[in-house]
Write a protein that binds this ligand. Structure first.
Ligand SMILES: [Zn+2]
Ligand SMILES: [Zn+2]
Length: 357
């Protein structure tokens, strides 16, 4: 059943989305995503897309980037005072660069780490420089953030109803998770949620987001930072089991038919001390190993350990922490005719779906 929030219940959402921060009037919820952090960029290129002029402000100077004018790209480099901006033959030193549409509002633009990656974003970009690298942060409308994360998290051939369940989980997470990073709300990696470019209008990720606009998961009338996992290994886990804080939803282990019938098996070797620490501290150690050796170094928390040639051989199933919605399981449920509400009810027992529109 959908029901509307009362004003009082809505306050936590406004607070968490930053809409009440400072003296700014409360507008539509936004999320601030720190992008390209994995690259520790020293140099960035901001590029105007065809037909979309971009206003770039640094200190008291303004530049307009426009593909038709031949001045389409700005180069931003790390400098001792913050950032150094170059547009054509003009250069300016600044603490921060702000990139928006000509009217100062949200726009589409391209951001690149030269030679490594380039992506299109929709929002307002701020770039600062400190601690040895540039920090680009895109403030985007919540629904743009949701659709971009759904697009990035999609398993190929996932039906619409499973993507709608993902969209509700993603939106809930964005609104209820907090203090993930110092300079922004969320990063664009699995640490928070994968996030890439916004999907094109009419695509499945776009349809899943627009069809569930404003819907979030709540538990006892509080929004929950809904966690999800690629493949649960047959039964979902709880944060408590893995030594993680559970905030305002304890989670409940549920069985997952698809993963029981089609377990995603893996095998890895780690050092004996690492295996020992994994056995005791679970998810925190798995993430720590992942940060050093790649996110797939220990794919999940479901494994057995055996000693072999001075190493610990882990044999496991599943991918991810195993908490909340299982993306492979949701895909299978949707293929068998379940709608997004049934999928969410299965993986997040005792929750409600409420509208924050
Ligand atoms: Zn993060
Ligand atoms: Zn599963």
């Amino acid at each position: 059943m959908i029901r509307l929030y009362t004003c009082k219940q809505f306050v936590w959402l406004l607070l968490l989305s930053g809409a009440l921060a400072g003296t700014k009037p409360a507008g539509p919820p936004q999320v601030r995503i720190g992008v390209f952090g994995l690259f520790h960029p020293q140099q960035l290129l901001v590029k105007a897309l065809p037909g979309k002029a971009v206003l770039l402000q640094a200190e008291k100077q303004s530049f307009v980037l426009e593909s038709s004018s031949g001045r389409q790209t700005a180069e931003i480099k790390l400098s001792p005072g913050g950032v150094l901006v170059r547009v054509g033959d003009r250069m300016v030193s600044a603490m921060e660069v702000r990139v928006s549409g000509r009217d100062g509002a949200t726009t589409d633009f391209e951001l690149a780490v030269p030679g490594k990656i380039h992506r299109r974003y929709r929002g307002i970009l701020r770039i600062t420089g400190a601690a040895g690298s540039l920090t680009p942060v895109v403030a985007m409308d919540l629904e743009t953030g949701v659709s971009s994360a759904v697009q990035a998290e999609t398993i190929p051939d996932t039906p619409l109803e499973a993507l709608k369940a993902q969209a509700v989980a993603t939106r809930s997470y964005f609104l209820a998770a907090k203090e993930r990073h110092q300079d922004f709300d969320f990063c664009d990696t699995t640490h928070c949620q994968f996030l890439r470019e916004p999907p094109t209008a009419g695509s499945l990720a776009w349809r899943a987001t627009t069809a569930t606009r404003g819907l979030v998961l709540t538990y006892r009338d509080q929004g929950i930072a809904a966690m999800f996992t690629r493949s649960c290994g047959g039964q979902t886990r709880t944060p408590d089991e893995l030594g993680m804080p559970s905030a305002n939803y304890p989670y409940f282990p549920v069985s997952c038919d698809f993963c029981q019938k089609h377990p995603m098996r893996w095998q890895r070797s780690v050092s004996l001390p690492e295996a020992e620490r994994l056995a005791h501290a679970g998810e925190a150690v798995r993430l720590e190993i992942g940060r050093r050796q790649g996110w797939n170094a220990v794919p999940s928390n479901n494994f057995t350990v055996r000693r072999e040639k001075g190493q610990a051989v882990l044999e496991g199933t599943g991918e991810g922490h195993g908490i909340g919605l299982c993306q492979w399981g949701a895909k299978a449920m949707a293929e068998q005719g379940a709608d997004f509400r049934q999928i969410l009810n299965h993986y997040y027992p005792n929750t409600q779906i409420q509208s924050v529109r």
